[in-house]
Design a binder for this molecule. Structure first.
Ligand code: BG6
Length: 485
């Protein structure tokens, strides 16, 4: 299969926080990979701006290290790297003052797209927006890219939307949820709306329930301070799992265009019922045989009641989904890294094979990571004589195998999303009203925990999470599927 790479027009991309972790791990390596793929034209400029007083050469050397470490060894030959580094510039800047801003404005070339990536803490978003405006860089064709967390609750998200709206139109604001840049997350839409096979069955008449699991083996790492204020609900559920839920549950948009897709996602969020307290399980991981620190130790808060795991049953009150529960769960330090969506279909309405054939239902599993692919569990006859015994077998497809070499190395989420910013395509970015609606649903859940003084259930590092999450399913005569060691 031949990869089709369409080069973009020359652009200037300014990365605020150009020396930070996200720039080093994701943004710069991602740009390098796009450069190697031939998508970034020679005339494009990447201008990093940060507080440290580096020279351009020093910054290029730092970037070279980051690219060698994070971009994938096969790509990183030295000629390409040197050619890429020539496109890099660096401007020391004071995000809250005046130093550096005139120099930055002078580096921008006229008559091309200017994109400003806010790869900094949310405390600086407003300062950056104001200064871009003040220094004459907020042209109608410019765009800004805003990282999560987008607010801490509804009120702060509204404030942030209002601050950005004072300087930029909604069509210029690209709010990143990197899950939307993942190849397999986009595949959800391809599977649903590119095939005739699934969509007619995609509703409460045929679907018993849907499970969404995003399990991680990592802990909170060095982000304890942020994480302990956020917890799994704000860090993962309000954004990444909510986005997955929207793509699974939304009505078919008329077109794959930004507002058509985001209008449908918004309707899903607005149709979510408030969640009953007994339909939520929160957990916090404990140390494993002294090998890894427990959560409280990791965040250095001996009495923290922040959850590193959350599981819940949610209902969508609309014609398509009334009566079909969605079970969502996510957590850190679990037994395996596994993001998977399981669509469990109902049993056939009547078995012609009698009770001894047992009960069987189809299951569609969409593996988002790792080992991206889909499995459809179908029921067939168990081989051999002696009557009609039925057995479930998987129709299994791993995308990398089905697509050949091209499928083995899909672009990283950030590569895809940055190129969409340059092209001016907002389909895979969150609109302001979507983010606010997600917070409006999340806030009462968190407020309820606080009002009741709820403490998360401990769970062992390396396990599948707290036992109460299994009970959540067992009460409904169901079980979780999807985290495999
Ligand atoms: C981030 C969260 O948004 O997503 C992290 O802040 C989490 O806590 C990460 O680990 C997971 O992303 P991925 O791409 O590794 O699944």
């Amino acid at each position: 299969m031949v990869s089709r790479v369409i080069p973009v027009d020359p652009f200037d991309l300014v990365i605020f926080g150009g020396t930070g972790d996200l720039a080093r791990r994701k943004i710069l390596p991602g740009l390098f990979r796009r450069f190697c793929a031939g998508q970034i034209p020679d005339a494009a400029a990447i201008i990093a701006a940060a507080r440290s007083p580096h020279s351009v050469d020093e910054y290029r050397a730092l970037t070279a290290d980051a690219i060698r470490e994070f971009s994938g060894v096969a790509l990183c030959n030295d000629d390409r790297l040197q050619a890429f580094l020539k496109r890099l510039d660096y401007v020391p800047i004071d995000a809250r003052g005046i130093d550096g801003w005139a120099a930055l404005a002078a580096r921008l070339s006229p008559d091309r797209v200017h994109a400003f990536y806010f790869s900094v803490g949310p405390g600086l978003f407003a300062d950056l927006a104001e200064r871009i405006h003040l220094h004459g860089m907020a042209s109608p064709d410019c765009r800004i890219v805003v990282e999560k967390p987008f607010g801490h609750d509804l009120a702060s998200a509204r404030d942030l939307n209002a601050t950005l709206a004072a300087h930029f139109d909604e069509g210029q604001i690209y709010r990143i949820d990197h899950y939307l840049g993942k190849e397999t997350v986009q595949n959800l839409m391809a599977i649903r709306f590119g095939n005739m096979l699934f969509e007619p069955l995609w509703n409460s008449q045929y679907v018993d329930h849907i499970q969404v699991t995003v399990a991680e083996t990592v802990g909170v790492g060095g982000r304890g301070e942020y994480y302990d204020r956020a917890g799994a609900m704000r860090d993962m559920m309000q954004n990444h799992l909510m986005q997955l839920l929207c793509l699974i549950a939304m009505e078919p948009p008329a077109k794959f265009d930004p507002d058509a897709v985001r209008d449908e996602k918004l309707k899903v969020i607005r149709a979510l019922d408030p969640v009953e307290p007994h339909h939520i399980v929160r957990g916090q991981y404990e140390a494993l045989d002294g090998e890894h620190p427990g959560y409280r130790e990791a965040v250095n808060q001996p009495r923290s009641t922040t959850e590193s795991y959350v599981a819940m049953k949610v209902h969508i009150s609309n014609w398509r989904w009334a009566g079909t529960p969605f079970y969502l769960r996510t957590g850190k330090r679990l037994v395996a890294r596994s993001s998977v969506i399981n669509v469990m279909f109902k049993d056939a309405p009547h078995s012609i094979f009698g009770p001894e054939a047992g009960r069987h239902a189809n299951l569609l599993s969409i593996r988002l990571q790792p080992n991206e692919g889909i499995t459809l569990q179908v029921t067939i006859k168990e081989p051999g004589p002696g009557g009609m015994r039925l057995v479930d077998v998987p129709l299994d497809m791993t995308f990398a195998e089905a697509l050949g070499p091209e499928g083995e190395d899909p672009p990283d989420a950030y590569e895809r999303l940055i190129m969409d910013v340059i092209r001016g395509n907002q389909t895979l970015f969150m609109r302001g009203d979507e983010v606010e609606a997600a917070w409006a649903w999340t806030d009462p859940i968190i407020a309820g925990w606080q009002a009741r003084g709820e403490v998360p259930k401990p769970y062992d590092s390396g396990s599948v999470g707290p036992g109460d999450a299994d009970l959540l399913m067992k009460r409904d005569h169901r079980e979780w599927r999807g985290i495999k060691p």
